[in-house]
Design a protein around this ligand. Structure first.
Ligand code: BGC
Length: 275
């Protein structure tokens, strides 16, 4: 006879909730969409290009027994963001969780950076975060409390370790992440009395397409690991599990927090042997 009694099934953290994840057709956004669905949420999967990829992800999410829809929209464009929210609300009735995740890099040294590179990154990463958060707060406020969560709604930004670590050759990107920190904290303060919880996850080096060159060869990966005290480049699941937990009532007293999920990258690893 087997002495071990099976564990009771774990209740899903986000059962009955509806989520929208921007930039969800690859990388960290896709990971978050998958984890939210695994935790019982219906998910709107935002994409800009490659509708077939977004649809394939939705088909997968459907296998978890949740509803999933692909919604097109460039987060840097106000009309796109409004249309995308309208589509998600039409499909699900309302939204409980909004993950502002879409982000790009257009890297250059300062003296070589074009205004276009600067504006593109500010547009998607920072203006996009503002537009998405604004529509989220409007929707939560419009529909009022629901019986699925202690909060009126949750907004989660995908920031970065670069909201605190300066990054030569990437000043546009680092500026947006520093900006997201102030955006997040300012609106967390503003919306907390309404029980809207606004927080950020701050990933370190995660294996996605955005930084492929930094981990694609064993040499590159080893070099990258010198910046990571735990000596492992992360994967999207590392971020997604934290985002899903942060969206759940398990994190009900967390307002305005930046949760670094970085294997210790922000611990100044250069000082482990010096200083
Ligand atoms: C960037 C990655 C980088 C990581 C750590 C992220 O925010 O998008 O390209 O590898 O920070 O530096």
């Amino acid at each position: 006879m087997n002495a071990r009694v099976p564990d009771p099934p774990t209740p899903k953290l986000l059962a009955g909730q509806n989520a929208l994840v921007t930039g969800a057709n690859s990388g960290i956004g896709e990971g978050i969409a998958r984890e939210l669905a695994a935790q019982g949420a219906n998910v709107a999967v935002n994409y800009v290009v490659h509708p077939e990829t977004a649809q394939a992800i939705c088909d997968d999410l459907g296998k978890q027994g949740v509803k999933a829809i692909a919604v097109r929209g460039d987060v840097s464009k106000e009309a796109d963001v409004q249309a995308m929210f309208a589509e998600a609300v039409e499909a699900f009735g309302t939204l409980d969780i909004v993950c502002s995740n879409a982000g790009i890099q257009r890297d250059a040294r300062l003296t070589d950076m074009t205004l276009e590179q600067w504006n593109q990154v500010i547009g998607v990463n920072l203006t996009g975060a503002f537009l998405v958060a604004r529509e989220a707060a409007r929707e939560f406020t419009r529909r009022g409390m629901r019986d699925v969560s202690c909060a009126l709604g949750k907004i989660i930004f995908t920031s970065s370790v670069h909201q605190m670590i300066p990054w030569a050759g990437h000043c546009n990107y680092a500026t947006t992440k520093g900006g997201i920190m102030q955006l997040m904290e300012s609106i967390a303060q503003e919306l907390a009395p309404q029980k809207i919880r606004v927080n950020s996850v701050c990933p370190g080096a995660i294996k996605t397409a955005i930084n492929r060159a930094a981990w694609a060869t064993p040499e590159a990966e080893q070099k990258l690991e010198t910046l990571i005290p735990c000596k492992r480049v992360g994967d999207p699941g590392d971020i997604a599990r934290v985002a899903a937990w942060l969206a759940s009532d398990q994190a009900d007293y967390i307002y305005g927090a930046s949760i670094f999920v970085d294997g210790g990258m922000t611990l100044f690893p250069g000082f482990a042997t010096g200083g």
